[in-house]
Design a protein around this ligand. Structure first.
Ligand SMILES: *Cc1c(COP(=O)(O)O)cnc(C)c1O
Length: 451
């Protein structure tokens, strides 16, 4: 499936012309007005990357209130993987909303929640018996995975890794590695969280086995397996810089966890749901997590999250110990079921692989002509380039920010990431056309050449 410009946009959104079009500068006057209202009404801590007022989105574009059409290479942070406002998702939302919008699953259960749990149990790695529980956000899923692992093991300590991002609630801030902007001034953080060194091939030069033994040594010496409830890791790190661990790193950590009764939790909130060309990035490394946290791409843009894993672990908490008023909202569940159906019938995993091939070849070509691109990495539609000094490898956050800013000004939505702020990440919706993808990359390349 190769989407051309004349492909009808049945894969997302209102019928939007699939082209980049700038009719004002960014932001235009209408967007400026909203941003002024935002500054006066919304807390300053809630920032924004692209200074527009979004009014529609679908296929591979986001349209603003001034009539500008921007190429979307971010999917609202890996959420609208199957395109914004996918028609099947929209129809499912409308039908469910007309039926009922809420009962609270803990008060009066409904089928959609159970069906999403069944789908997660089927789709996540591992052919053992599984259970799922649904929540509202990635952070909430991660928190619950920790609760479940603690209850199951009777232990308290949790290990997260350098460059990790697990959310913004108190427990997940503690798990997240980067201080600014996520943690600075927001402590104290939860106790019994330990940080282990990650495998970061571009910067540590270690094999997977070497990086794993470094992390395992820290866990054994500083914590002791007997005290450790869970190791939590993103199989491909998201906010921390799209870091892909060296081969062998994740399997060695999983083996150590299994040998020591430690629950291995994969945070697949960003890397999951088809992003990387397989349903879950764990599959790329041949690992089977005990628990998987999911959110972002799960429900076509609706807020939904899940924890899925081994039945004996998931069933450890007592009845009433897990839940929340909104967790597994029926409208969000209907959207997730439609999204999962789209994934299974519309060739989207294949499309993610095609996009990955296109992105990788364009980015490595760019790297060959510009030594400031130190590394190109990722899988499928989760790809990134890291900017660094060609001689010293010092991270170049200023260049990264300048390139992203220039691309956005030219109507291409790109996101940055990385502990050092020196990574541009590409997370396009899978419904973007090759033409738009190429055009977006042309503009990023021009922005790089001009800086
Ligand atoms: C975004 C993200 C989270 C947090 O999800 P929210 O829905 O923003 O709470 C957790 N883990 C990873 C890997 C993420 O990318």
């Amino acid at each position: 499936m190769s989407l051309g410009l004349d492909t009808p946009v049945s894969l997302g959104g209102p019928t939007l012309e699939q082209r980049r079009r700038l009719v004002t500068s960014i932001p235009g006057p209408r967007s400026e007005q909203l941003l002024a209202r935002k500054a006066a009404a919304v807390a300053a801590g809630v920032g924004h990357t692209v200074p527009i007022e979004a009014v529609a989105a679908g296929g591979g574009v986001v349209v603003d209130a001034d009539g500008n059409s921007l190429i979307d290479l971010g999917s609202g942070i890996a959420v609208t993987t199957l395109g914004n406002a996918h028609p099947k998702v929209v129809a499912a939302i409308a039908a469910q909303a007309a039926q009922f919008t809420h009962t609270c699953f803990m008060i009066s259960p409904y089928e959609g929640y159970v069906a999403v749990a069944e789908a997660l149990n089927r789709l996540t790695p591992g052919d053992f018996e599984k259970r799922s529980a649904l929540f509202n956000s990635g952070a909430e899923a991660v928190e619950n995975a920790v609760k479940i692992a603690r209850k199951f093991t009777g232990r308290q300590a949790v290990v997260a890794f350098d460059h990790a991002y697990h959310g913004r609630t108190n427990l997940t801030m503690g798990l997240t590695a980067k201080s600014m902007p996520y943690k600075s001034g927001f402590g104290p953080f939860a106790a019994e969280i330990y940080r282990a060194p990650m495998s970061y091939p571009y910067r540590d030069g270690l094999t997977g086995a070497e990086a794993a033994s470094r992390a395992i040594s820290l866990m054994e010496k500083q914590i002791g397996a007997d005290n450790l409830a869970a190791v939590i890791i993103e199989p491909i790190q998201g906010e921390g810089g799209f870091i892909v661990p060296a081969d062998g790193f994740l399997p060695a950590i999983v083996d150590w966890c299994r040998a020591n009764g430690v629950v291995f939790v994969a945070d697949e909130v960003q890397s999951g749901f088809g992003r990387t060309g397989v349903m879950f990035a764990s599959e790329l490394f041949g690992i089977v997590p005990d628990l998987v946290a999911t959110a972002k791409g799960i429900a076509g843009g609706m807020p939904l999250a899940g924890v899925t894993g081994r039945a004996e672990i998931m069933d450890a908490p007592h009845t009433g110990g897990l839940g929340g008023t909104y967790g597994g909202n029926p409208v969000a569940c209907a959207a997730a079921l439609a999204a999962i159906e789209a994934f299974e019938t519309e060739g989207l995993l294949e499309r993610a692989l095609e996009i990955g091939t296109l992105l990788r070849s364009r980015l490595t070509e760019l790297q060959a002509s510009d030594p400031r691109i130190g590394d190109v990495r990722g899988h499928g539609a989760m790809m990134a380039m890291e900017f660094a000094d060609p001689v010293t490898q010092a991270p170049d956050a200023a260049l990264t920010a300048a390139v992203a800013r220039a691309a956005i000004a030219e109507g291409v939505i790109v996101l940055t990431c990385g502990t050092y702020g020196n990574v541009i990440r590409f997370l396009p919706p899978l419904t973007i056309s090759d033409e738009l993808l190429h055009e977006g990359l042309d503009i990023v390349a021009a922005a790089l050449a001009a800086n």
